[in-house]
Design a protein around this ligand. Structure first.
Ligand code: SF4
Length: 58
């Protein structure tokens, strides 16, 4: 499993606020800093206003 942020990201910072272990927003775009399968990732997926976070198979 891999966590990705797609091009719909607007850099709002919600994901970082929910799950700072995994997401960091820099230059208007969220980045996955650690590919951790932890519950806050699912929360960030749910609350991302752009639907920009996805879990994909390796
Ligand atoms: S919550 Fe979604 S739109 Fe906002 S910074 Fe994170 S990935 Fe981007």
């Amino acid at each position: 499993m891999k966590i990705i942020v797609n091009d719909k990201c607007q850099g709002c910072g919600t994901c970082e606020g929910i799950c700072e272990e995994v997401f960091q927003v820099k230059n208007g775009r969220a980045k996955v800093i650690k590919n951790l399968d932890i519950p806050c990732v699912d929360e960030a997926i749910e609350f991302c206003p752009e639907g920009a976070i996805e879990k994909v198979e390796d």
